[in-house]
Design a protein around this ligand. Structure first.
Ligand code: NAP
Length: 320
């Protein structure tokens, strides 16, 4: 079988396609034939060696995939060969023809959802769900600012928020991205590169500010966010690539709640709840992952370059 292998941390070029020994499902394990593997920003942080939790070298990157159960090990009853699944992390990495998983890492992939879409579910949608509902506790009728709505987590947040009856203000840095955010259900879409979009947010909320903010670029926006948050508002820090200065008075005057979000911190029970909700949304069509590009597995390095460039819209996946 083929897999992307990383022998040393570094730039995208350290990822090489190699022939590796075939995997076999041991007791309690499941072998999944990967039809598509999702690329997430976190895969690039891990590959560069900058991420706190470092894998043992050499390793195969990737947490997300869409595929079919190939074989199950002794004692596995939850899935069977032939089942369509989306993968929420694995034991061996998903940038490969096959991945070994635990049964709890597999979730049913409805027939109408493609394998590439399946590869775009786990990290983006689970993070969006955790941020919106488990951390910020958003409820129907509230207004949410999805600050960075064009990427994987952003699109997922827009679809989840729309299905839950929230009013959404989404932001994007390009015309194509903003068009997509409107198509996915945001009632208002603004340009986070425009000089007066914060004023527009206040205008859209009658000067009150938004109840919830899901922030994808906290290192740029955290201080600004506090100025457009309503009293008792909740600001979920989803993404951040560095330090930022804030004025604590903006938080004090609003009784603001600044909430860290880390998908990896979700408990087993919380994760089970998240995936039950995501499977239901995939089944009823409210959740529809958007694929921007399918690349061959050998082009993983290009995928890592593209995912870190500005101007997102949807997900990049690798097809073995
Ligand atoms: P992505 O697909 O690469 O999307 C990045 C998003 O950030 C795009 O919507 C982009 O918009 C937006 N953005 C760029 N500059 C911005 C600015 N100045 N203001 C507001 N938004 C801006 O990444 P993703 O998968 O959605 O992940 C988003 C962030 O969350 C990443 O930093 C990722 O590492 C992090 N994350 C955290 C967790 C967690 O557990 N905490 C889990 C998953 C992801 P344009 O390109 O349109 O400008």
């Amino acid at each position: 079988m083929k897999a992307i292998r990383v022998h040393q941390f570094g730039g995208p070029e350290v990822m090489q396609l190699e022939e590796v020994p075939t995997l076999h499902a041991g007791p309690g394990q499941v072998l999944v034939r990967v039809h598509a593997a999702g690329i997430n920003p976190v895969d690039t942080y891990i590959r560069s060696g900058a991420y706190a939790a470092k894998p043992v070298l050499p390793y195969t990157p990737g947490k997300d995939a869409g595929g079919v159960v190939e074989a199950v090990g002794e004692g596995v009853r939850q899935v069977k060969p032939g089942d369509r699944v989306y993968v929420g992390d694995s034991l061996t990495g998903t940038y490969a023809d096959y991945a070994l998983c635990l049964p709890a890492q597999l979730h049913p992939l409805p027939q109408q959802v493609t394998f590439s879409q399946g590869a775009a579910v786990n990290v983006p949608y689970a993070t969006a769900y955790r941020a919106l509902f488990q951390r910020a506790k958003a409820v129907a009728g509230e207004t949410v600012l999805v600050h960075g709505a064009t990427g994987g987590v952003g699109i997922a947040s827009v679809q989840l928020a729309r299905a839950a009856g929230l009013t959404i203000i989404g932001t994007g840095g390009t015309e194509a991205g903003r068009r997509l955010v409107t198509e996915q259900g945001a009632q208002h879409v603004l340009d986070h590169r425009s000089p007066d979009y914060l004023r527009q947010i206040l205008e859209l909320t009658g000067g009150r500010g938004v109840d919830v903010i899901l922030e994808m670029a906290s290192h740029i926006n955290l201080g600004k966010d506090l100025t457009v948050l309503a009293r008792d508002g909740r600001l979920a820090v989803v993404g951040s690539r560095g330090p930022v200065e804030i004025n604590p008075r903006d938080a004090m005057s609003r009784d603001a709640n600044i909430l860290g979000v880390m998908l990896n911190n979700a408990s087993e029970k919380e994760l089970a709840g998240i995936h039950a909700a995501l499977v239901a949304g995939l089944e009823n069509g409210t959740l529809r992952p958007v694929i921007r590009k399918e690349l061959p597995l050998a082009e993983a390095a290009l995928g890592h370059q593209l995912v870190m460039e500005p101007g997102s819209w949807g997900k990049i996946v690798l097809v073995p």
